[in-house]
Design a binder for this molecule. Structure first.
Ligand SMILES: [Zn+2]
Length: 90
């Protein structure tokens, strides 16, 4: 009986601590965001802004431009674009 009670109390308290701590964490993250150097990544065809890349980001992502409908394979480290599929309407 005592074991069951301890388990329930620990579980509920743990969840409350996590939930209440999130507001503080979010504020801290917002401050950090302003210190991170970013670079705008734009569509090479129409100039539509895709997203901001953090300087240390690397790897490859696929992104479809919502304006010109081109699909790009983007090398984040080199910021090079490869058109992997072209819309019929473009
Ligand atoms: Zn585009």
């Amino acid at each position: 009986m005592s074991i069951k009670m301890q388990y329930q109390s620990a579980g509920s308290q743990g969840q409350h601590l996590t939930a209440s701590g999130q507001s503080k964490c979010t504020a801290a993250v917002e401050q950090e965001k302003q210190q991170i150097a970013g670079e705008q990544v734009k569509c090479p065809v129409c100039g539509h802004r895709f997203f901001d890349k953090e300087d240390k980001a690397s790897g490859f992502i696929l992104h479809k431009c919502s304006i010109c409908k081109n699909i790009w394979r983007i090398d984040l480290a080199a910021l090079s674009f490869m058109n992997i599929k072209r819309s019929r309407n473009a």
